[in-house]
Design a protein around this ligand. Structure first.
Ligand code: AKG
Ligand code: FE2
Length: 330
């Protein structure tokens, strides 16, 4: 059991986040994910090369350098290609995504679930708010029309703010972990300790940067924020109201992480149209879902449904709550 100690739980309650080292064996959990993503990058390179969008498949380059080169030539992160989630709008049958078996295995890793159980109890639902993030060194990343790197530091937000209102009472826990060591210079998470004791804060659209939604720094103690570096095999857990973001990657290597979420089974996920599953049940172990192939199918089915929703500016399903004007954002 990788259960948390009383001291760790007290730290989490006090500060709203907790770094936990050596939770799982990265050779067994995340290295297979890295392997799997090599094949994803191979097919991305193949596809882009066929379409004439890149000058070479860059097979000779290691993963990080190869992806960076592809980002540079396409001026696109191609992030959706790797993600185990879907866009909120404009999904087509050609929208790429990755729901591989090694990713699924990480979602149901027993050591990670032990940590989660320590906080939310033994009836655990895998919430579909989940992403992979691969961020090259920032100085190598192309900029968008606003002069911002096309993928860079994550702005200030609370994860509570990314789910719909029906999940306001849900006890959602965020589990973040790096696939490669994430020292401070690689741009790990940064958190505002204790900010979870406040309310859900206003997230402002286009506050500093057009197209970006963030919590203004005057609404919380931004000066008190701390970086949370983590080595592979460790996880960082976050309370859903902890204000956090990430630092820029000023290292030589890519910064590669998963962020997953779990909540007690039966509580709304705040993203109901996307599929979740029972990751652990002490009450009814037969209900624990362990079929990687079926997991992929549930997402592909969802993708099919999404091709009929939220198209061409329509908003059939809501994914957020921050449309409108707020005085805090002025
Ligand atoms: O990894 C990042 O840059 C941001 C992750 C995040 O916001 C989260 O895990 O909730
Ligand atoms: Fe977040």
């Amino acid at each position: 059991m990788a259960s948390l100690t009383q001291d760790q739980l007290s730290y989490f309650e006090e500060f709203g986040f907790l770094p936990v080292e050596n939770v799982f064996n990265p050779e067994e959990v995340t290295d297979p994910v890295i392997e799997e993503y090599h094949t994803v990058l191979d097919s991305l390179a193949e596809e882009l090369f066929k379409e004439g969008k890149i000058s070479s498949k860059f097979q000779e380059l290691p993963f990080g350098k190869r992806l960076t080169r592809i980002m540079q030539e396409t001026e696109d992160t191609n992030a959706q290609y790797f993600d185990f989630s879907l866009p909120f709008a404009g999904v087509t049958k050609d929208t790429p995504c990755w729901f591989g078996p090694a990713v699924f295995k990480a979602l149901v890793n027993e050591q990670i679930l032990d940590v989660v159980e320590s906080v939310i109890g033994p009836e655990i639902y895998s919430n579909p708010v989940q992403h992979v993030r691969i961020k090259p060194p920032e100085r190598e990343i192309p900029k968008n029309k606003n002069g911002q790197p096309i993928i860079g530091a994550t702005i200030w937000h609370q994860d509570h703010g990314v789910v719909t209102e029906n999940a306001d009472e849900t006890n959602m826990l965020t589990v973040w972990f790096p696939l490669l060591d994430a020292p401070v210079e690689a741009g790990p998470l940064k958190v505002a300790p204790g900010s979870h004791k406040g309310e859900l804060l206003t997230h402002c659209n286009d506050y500093k940067i057009p197209g970006v939604r963030e919590i203004p720094e005057h609404l919380f103690d931004a000066d008190g924020a701390v970086p949370v570096p983590m080595e592979r095999g460790g996880v960082v857990i976050l309370h859903k109201r902890t204000v956090h973001g990430s630092l820029s990657n000023v290292s030589e290597n890519i910064r590669w992480s998963f962020d997953l979420r779990y909540n007690p089974t039966g509580q709304p996920t705040g993203r109901e149209i996307f599929p979740g599953f029972i990751a652990r049940s002490k009450k009814d172990p037969d209900k624990e879902f362990r079929n990687a192939e079926k997991w992929k199918e549930t997402w592909l089915k969802t993708k099919e449904i999404m091709t009929t929703l939220n198209q061409e500016g329509d908003s059939d399903v809501s994914f957020g709550r921050w449309d409108g004007e707020f005085p805090e954002c002025a």
